[in-house]
Write a protein that binds this ligand. Structure first.
Ligand SMILES: [Zn+2]
Length: 228
């Protein structure tokens, strides 16, 4: 969309003076064709609408086709860049509590807290790519990155829950699926991204971590005690 907007902007800013500069209602005759692509595209749009200028139309139709192809490519790139294209961003986690589960469901539990010889600081919840991930509580986004160390696409959110300082981490999300940025305030259960397998990951899952007052806790036990 950004690229398309820029192209559209070029049309707008360049084509208006072209029209304005014509005293005879025939901008093609008064324009030079050699002041850059954007200008030629803008003039081309006028020339294509004017059947008398066949010699110009041949060139400008090509330019128009090229512009059309560029717009289509931009639209495609935008779709690829945002995995959230067809996602309802207003969806929220099930439940009504101040703390929610970070997923609507999961298939199985993978590596648990402190597994891998104590190196695994969270829990792995295995579920398909594209499954929505929710902030487990209201808070403020501390990290939102497409490349957050081994977490890959990762988000960290700070909360205050029952007077405790709680920090939650969500890892291995799908590229382009982050729905929140650093500094954003989020509500309990708000959609923040989609499950993926980015970073140090070999299967689609959510890696979820919880720190309470700075210390790691077992995320599953914490969820089971608090989420609802
Ligand atoms: Zn993990």
């Amino acid at each position: 969309m950004l690229i398309f907007s820029v192209v559209a902007g070029m049309f707008a800013t360049v084509s208006l003076p072209a029209f304005a500069s014509s005293p005879h209602g025939d901008p093609v005759a008064t324009m030079s064709y050699h002041h850059g692509t954007a200008q030629r595209l803008a003039v081309g749009a006028v020339a294509a609408a004017d059947a008398q200028h066949d010699d110009y139309t041949a060139t400008t139709q090509e330019e128009l086709d090229r512009a059309k192809a560029a717009a289509a490519a931009a639209a495609k790139a935008k779709q690829a860049a945002s995995a959230l294209g067809n996602v309802d961003l207003s969806m929220v986690a099930p439940g009504t509590g101040a703390v929610r589960w970070p997923l609507p469901y999961y298939d199985s539990i993978g590596d648990g807290f402190m597994s891998r010889g104590g190196e695994h600081q969270g829990v792995d919840l295995l579920v398909g790519a594209g499954t929505p991930i929710f902030s487990v509580a209201a808070g403020t986004v501390k990290v939102s990155s497409e490349s957050y160390y081994g977490y890959g696409v990762g988000i960290v959110i700070e909360h205050v829950i029952g007077g405790q300082r709680v920090e939650t981490t969500y890892g291995h999300m799908t590229y382009g699926s982050r729905a929140v940025q650093v500094g954003d305030r989020v509500a309990a259960g708000q959609l923040i991204g989609l499950v993926g397998s980015t970073g140090q990951s070999t299967a689609n899952h959510l890696h979820f971590e919880v720190r309470v007052n700075g210390g790691l806790v077992d995320p599953l036990a914490w969820l089971r005690a608090n989420a609802g």
